[in-house]
Design a protein around this ligand. Structure first.
Ligand code: DHB
Ligand code: MG
Length: 229
């Protein structure tokens, strides 16, 4: 509950709830997926409802037809991303954990979206290298959000090969409570993001920025880039 005296995290959470109540109705499939993700021990990495809704608006805005997601967990963000795909749209989501893959497949089937969303088990870098070799049709949007943050920079390079000018690349967890600014922080999850942000900013093929965010999940941010001509 919001009150002026409550701590800042509680205030961010209260405002997130305010937004959620007004703008982010969750259907049964989303609720079911969120609940099973939490029950299976994946609450930390799952996007919040408002973040998921924001991702779905980006799909709509960019008229995306083909999405690649790295880091499926229970499929909660996958459902949000896929809901604004056109009828003939396609989404491929990658996860290296067999349990995540089976939970996500069940949730996606439960949502009636198995015809649109393919969940593939395996190392994301290997899978993306293989997709590039197969010269698959470029993806319009790539959402980078694996548990392991050390591979972000490598995933960015693979993403460049799997997109076209105008494609959108989004990465979660770009700010990490500001820890990216602390030169004494050498945690892998922080250094991985710091290196990624540096690579993103300097990339000649991208126009990019970071958006810092607060909410139910605390203080973090998303990286956004558009592939240039
Ligand atoms: C955490 C949050 C995330 O969004 C993620 O992708 C991984 C971990 C976390 O808060 O620990
Ligand atoms: Mg994340």
């Amino acid at each position: 509950m919001y009150n002026k005296e409550s701590n800042i995290q509680d205030q961010w959470k209260a405002v997130d709830t305010y937004i959620e109540e007004r703008f982010t109705p969750q259907d049964e499939a989303l609720q079911h997926t969120f609940q099973t993700s939490v029950a299976e021990g994946m609450p930390g990495g799952t996007v919040s409802p408002n973040q998921g809704h924001f991702l779905s608006l980006l799909v709509l805005l960019s008229k995306t037809r083909r999405i690649l997601e790295v880091g499926t967990l229970g499929g909660y963000s996958s459902l949000w991303l896929a809901r604004e795909l056109p009828e003939d749209g396609y989404m491929l989501t990658l996860d290296k954990d067999p349990k995540h893959v089976s939970v996500a497949r069940a949730n996606i089937a439960h949502a009636g979206l198995s015809h649109k969303i393919e969940v593939r088990l395996g190392d994301a870098c290997d899978t993306m290298a293989q997709l590039a070799q197969e010269q698959v049709e470029p993806f319009d949007m790539i959402f980078i959000d694996p548990d392991i943050k050390t591979i972000y920079t490598e995933l960015l390079e693979h993403s460049i090969r799997l997109t076209r000018p105008g494609s959108v690349i989004i990465a979660d967890n770009a700010i990490r409570r500001g820890m990216i600014l602390d030169p004494d922080n050498h945690e892998e999850s922080v250094t991985g993001i710091r290196d990624f942000n540096t690579a993103l900013a300097a990339h000649p093929k991208l126009s990019a920025t970071l958006l810092q965010t607060v909410g139910a999940k605390g203080w973090d941010g998303i990286a956004m880039a558009v592939v240039r001509e």
